[in-house]
Design a protein around this ligand. Structure first.
Ligand code: F6P
Length: 365
């Protein structure tokens, strides 16, 4: 009698990022070699339940997606799974909902489910694991703020887009002797601002991890002018708090939605213009840094993650998450990885390199 192949399920959850498709493609190819078929659930965790929505994933229909941005499976960072936070800020998914997921996994005969997502999505995957659903995790975020992995794919692509923006802003800033402020993403961590600032030759970098004030920024601009440099490039992370300690949000937050950050760049530019009577301009890079093709680094990292995720399923190592611990790709329990925030070390080498170059972090350091 012909037996049906064992099957691996895959889903992508949370904000998208370059490299998601590379993980999917790698997992499909690795599955094929290990004797599994693959299906992909649509719109993140939502596709797992009523109505269950999925598509077959094959080497043929994932051919060519290594280089494409976004996710062919779709994703969401809101919905019935992201909503439920219980005691002590712990995520607590309704047991009925967990039961529905378990039923889907059973009815489709899945050997394991690969959940590709950021901290919130991995917390959901951890709940699945505790409920007995065979799950493995793959970390992703452009913000690079997950502590259990040295890098997440998507980060390098985002830095590359932000650096390109700085390169472009430099020429127009110089032509008009203007102060340009580039606002980049980074909710809790300033990795994108820091790396793009170093790669793009920014003069001022403002990040959530270092308190800053307008006096220091204006002093830096005046110091530059005193030696004939009449344009200045400033890069600011969306999550950098104002000197008052406030975060800047661009829109009211809806119920069960994460705070929509944005607008700090405009405030920084406006205050500088007022204090120094100079021409300033602001660019909010926004989702341009989240879309598009992954860099070579992200393609390689995503590919290694995808292959190891399938191997974890084959070995029955459920509840684990792949991670990058240079030089190796390894795995750790998902439970130990969630809520482990990775932030820029203000005394670390990247910040010290910046200071060594004369970059201002808006403080007196
Ligand atoms: O978490 C990644 C991130 O890119 C943040 O830096 C940003 O604040 C957020 O996603 C925006 O997400 P969305 O626009 O999808 O709600």
């Amino acid at each position: 009698m012909k037996t049906q192949k064992p099957c691996v399920g895959i889903l992508t959850s949370g904000g998208d990022c370059p490299g998601l498709n590379a993980v999917i493609r790698a997992a499909v190819l690795a599955s094929e070699r290990l004797g599994y078929s693959c299906i992909g659930f649509l719109r993140g965790f939502e596709g797992l339940v009523d109505p269950v929505e999925y598509m077959p994933l094959t080497p043929a229909n994932t051919n060519g997606i290594l280089t494409t941005g976004g996710t062919i499976l779709g994703s969401t960072n809101r919905g019935q799974f992201s909503a439920t936070v219980g005691e002590n800020d712990r995520l607590s998914i309704d047991r009925g909902l967990l039961g529905s997921v378990a039923r889907t996994v059973h009815q489709l005969g899945l050997s394991g489910l690969i959940c590709i997502g950021g901290d919130g999505s991995l917390a959901i995957a951890d709940q699945f694991h505790q409920f007995g659903i065979p799950v493995v995790g793959v970390p992703k975020t452009i913000d690079n703020d997950l502590g259990a992995t040295a890098f997440t794919f998507g980060f390098d692509s985002a830095v590359s887009a932000a650096t390109d923006a700085l390169d472009r802003l430099r020429t127009t800033a110089a032509s008009h002797e203007r102060i340009m402020v580039l606002e980049v993403m980074g909710r809790h961590a300033g990795w994108i601002a820091l790396h793009a600032g170093l790669a793009g030759g920014a003069d001022v970098i403002l990040i959530p991890e270092i308190s800053w004030d307008f006096d220091a920024i204006c002093q830096k601009i005046m110091n530059r002018e005193s030696v004939g440099r009449r344009h200045t490039l400033i890069v600011v992370a969306e999550g950098a708090t104002l000197p008052t300690g406030d975060l800047v949000c661009m829109a009211p937050t809806e119920v069960n939605e994460q705070v929509k950050l944005g607008g700090i760049g405009q405030i920084v530019a406006g205050e500088i213009a007022k204090r120094l009577d100079r021409q300033t301009r602001t660019v909010v890079l926004g989702h341009l840094q989240r879309g598009g093709s992954p860099t070579t680094f992200d393609r390689v990292l995503a590919t290694e993650f995808g292959v190891l995720a399938v191997q974890l399923i084959q070995k029955g190592r459920f509840g684990e998450m792949v991670c990058y611990r240079p030089p190796e790709i390894e795995s750790v329990p998902i439970a130990s990885a969630i809520k482990l925030l990775s932030q820029v070390d203000p005394h670390g080498s990247a910040v010290q390199t910046g200071r060594g170059l004369g970059i201002s972090f808006g403080d007196t350091g």
